[in-house]
Design a binder for this molecule. Structure first.
Ligand code: MG
Length: 203
């Protein structure tokens, strides 16, 4: 299983990190060892002093595909959830400054937290899907898929030009504005619409 992620897919978030709005999806990959199950705690690694949450809608790929056209991309995922793309922001900024790949700041063990998947058929309009994250019971980040620069179909089509999609792969579709730090003992809970799909502690 591979985890494909999209960076800078919400204009307001790109601006908050002083990044340009991209003209094609900005893609990176997390290895399968980054996957963290729902209830497992997230352990703060010792190589970062500025660990950020990025709350994102995650798609579950349901069949294999290569060079998928946007018109058929919807057939390639069957479920959605909310996840956290944990990012060692201090490390990432250092790497970006040097022009180096940022994989170690994004793809480390446990950095891809994935909630319980909900069948996409339960939602009327995937282009108007609300999702959010509560930190210590306080609403901390929220988004709506209508604000994405590149919609699900575009991401699937574009990513599948370079990486054959396999059943079980996951796609993190980008974070809205409002990223920020987590600290020891924070409690995180994520929702798709009104449904709680992910809950864990930071340790
Ligand atoms: Mg992200």
């Amino acid at each position: 299983m591979k985890i494909i992620c999209v960076a800078r897919n919400y204009a307001e978030h790109a601006k908050e990190l002083k990044n340009e709005i991209p003209d094609a999806p900005v893609i990176f990959i997390k290895p399968d060892t980054a996957f963290k199950r729902k209830k497992q705690p997230f352990f703060l690694p010792d190589f970062s002093k500025d660990m950020h949450y990025e709350t994102e809608i995650v798609l579950r790929i349901c069949k294999n595909g290569k060079n998928i056209s946007e018109a058929f991309a919807n057939n390639y995922f069957d479920a959605v959830t909310t996840g956290i793309d944990f990012t060692a922001r201090d490390l990432q900024q250092e790497l970006k400054k040097k022009g180096w790949p940022w994989e170690i700041a994004k793809g480390f063990d446990g950095s891809a937290c994935v909630g319980d998947f909900l069948p996409k058929s339960q939602f009327d309009d995937l282009k108007n899907l609300n999702f959010c994250m509560y930190k210590n019971k306080v609403l901390t980040q929220k988004g709506n898929t209508g604000d994405m620069i590149f919609p699900f179909e575009k991401i699937i089509s574009y990513a599948s030009k370079f990486f054959t999609l396999l059943k079980g792969d996951l796609i993190f579709t980008g974070t809205p504005v409002g990223v920020g730090p987590v600290t020891f003992n924070d409690h995180i809970e994520c929702f798709v619409e009104d449904e709680s799909v992910l809950e864990f502690d930071v340790k």
